[in-house]
Design a binder for this molecule. Structure first.
Ligand SMILES: [Zn+2]
Length: 474
């Protein structure tokens, strides 16, 4: 999907996206086109729900605040749930993730709630109805995407839950009512800081950005703050200007796989800095349309519609494997590198680093040149080199530096073919680029990102004089 210029996120009426028999109407075609352009550019779109649906969502959000607010400040250990993907379609009820400073109440039809019954509490209201309406909406959106991709109608039926569920079936799709950064929830004290080798504290970048494993996700919050990365790599606030009936939809990883990479998954994060001092945190209702267990993601529909399917998508992936696997975001989003945030260690214990994050990230201490060089080399290996190798179906197997110093002078060497095929720079040993001497690292970076040196204000003299040892700081 290639976009050419929506000034802002596309807005589409859900009713206009619903397919009907016969020749597609102009309204339908226009709406599908707006949706697909918005997805191509922003990896998200605004969906306008019918008035009654919007009211139901707002009701649910209203009831979410008191629901979370009466929860204890510390979640008991059995409530702590940190992305246990083995249990991906077996959860229901209240869980808390202290690392993300997030709590949620999951509603999954077919499962009885795991909520202990010792205190009398009401879950947020309207879940059954909202599950129905957002489930239907997500399927309509998925069909609209199929139309755009020229797939036959209901192309994804095989991997979706039955409607309605059959006897004893448990829904794969889930409706979650969530609360981010509730002030009375002490989860953020156990924030996800880790110590890097040089003693600096850094935020886990994996937790900075998230990707849903869904086909399609729909979310409505009571406050703005959802950022999604656009195709230029900029973070765009997507829910800053939502009407009462409007919600955000974005695609997830399962759709990316099921469409052979044609629909990019949204990389998202929630800004909670602005919530400081708020009474309830940020509540949201989200629906994730998931592929069902015991099926597989394959691109047969894409192939049938005449789309090219790259090697990495050709082997069907079992949905259960897919849900349990951790996916490397770096490889997925190889267009731009992720910013990584770092802090000096000297921070008073009382300050919540999660709150401080934004301010520090813009003015973090610059890394020493040799270290930046190494990180850049690692990044380019992950992005460009791995990408080339994947596309050509080459399994990268690097030599040791010593051995390869002689390989580069002989025509017939173990790494000769690989070097040639992926365009490894001449004269540079074929090793993990971070193991290269600094000068050769620059040669490597220049090969895969021409102009790299000019674009990075590296103190080259410093690199050459101060860090002349071969393995620098690797
Ligand atoms: Zn070699």
């Amino acid at each position: 999907m290639a976009g050419n210029g929506l000034p802002s996120l596309g807005r589409v009426k859900l009713t206009d996206l619903i397919a009907s028999e016969g020749i597609p109407s102009d309204t339908y075609k226009l709406s599908v086109s707006t949706l697909s352009q918005s997805l191509a550019q922003y990896s998200a779109a605004i969906i306008q729900l019918p008035p009654t649906d919007g009211a139901l969502l707002r009701c649910c959000l209203e009831s979410a605040r008191p629901y979370f607010n009466q929860k204890p400040p510390y979640p008991s250990s059995d409530m702590i749930h940190i992305d246990d993907s083995r249990e991906w379609c077996k959860t229901s009820g209240y869980t808390a993730d202290p690392q993300l400073w997030q709590e949620s109440y999951d509603y999954r039809p077919g499962l009885t709630s795991t909520e202990p019954n010792n205190d009398i509490e009401l879950p947020p209201s309207g879940l059954t109805d909202i599950f129905m309406l957002l489930g239907k909406a997500a399927r309509d959106i998925l069909d609209a995407i199929s139309f755009y991709l020229n797939l036959r109608s209901c192309a994804f039926t095989e991997i979706l839950d039955n409607v309605p569920l059959r006897n004893r079936e448990i829904s794969s799709s889930v409706l979650s009512v969530g609360c981010h950064a509730r002030p009375s929830f002490q989860g953020a004290q156990h924030h996800n800081l880790t110590t890097q080798e040089d003693g600096q504290l850094v935020m886990f970048t994996d937790h900075e950005h998230q990707v849903d494993k869904s086909l399609v996700s729909i979310i409505k919050s009571d406050k703005a703050g959802l950022h999604i990365r656009d195709f230029n790599g900029r973070w765009v606030l997507v829910d800053g200007d939502l009407g009462p009936q409007e919600a955000i939809m974005y695609p997830g990883l399962a759709l990316y796989h099921a469409t052979a990479g044609y629909v990019s998954p949204a990389l998202h994060r929630t800004d909670i800095n602005s919530l400081h001092g708020g009474m309830y945190g940020r509540c949201s209702v989200s629906y994730k349309l998931m592929p069902k267990s015991m099926t597989s993601l394959n691109c047969s529909e894409m192939r049938a519609a005449g789309h090219g399917v790259e090697a990495q998508f050709q082997i069907p992936v079992s949905v259960d494997d897919f849900m349990q696997r951790s996916h490397s975001l770096d490889q997925l989003f190889n267009r731009n590198s992720f910013p990584s945030f770092s802090f000096p260690t000297a921070q008073e214990g009382s300050i919540k680093p999660l709150m401080k994050r934004k301010k520090n990230s813009t003015r973090c201490k610059p890394l020493p040149p040799s270290k930046r060089l190494r990180l850049e080399a690692q990044r380019v290996l992950k992005e460009r080199v791995q990408d080339i190798a994947d596309k050509k179906g080459i399994k990268l197997r690097f030599c040791s530096l010593k051995e390869c110093e002689s390989h580069i002078h002989t025509l017939d060497s173990p790494c000769g073919n690989i070097r040639l095929e992926i365009g490894w720079p001449a004269g540079v040993p074929f090793v993990h680029p971070h193991d290269l001497p600094n000068k050769a690292k620059i040669g490597f970076l220049e090969t895969y990102e021409p102009g790299w040196t000019a674009n990075h204000d590296m103190e080259l003299t410093l690199i050459e004089t101060g860090q002349s040892s071969q393995h620098a700081d690797g």
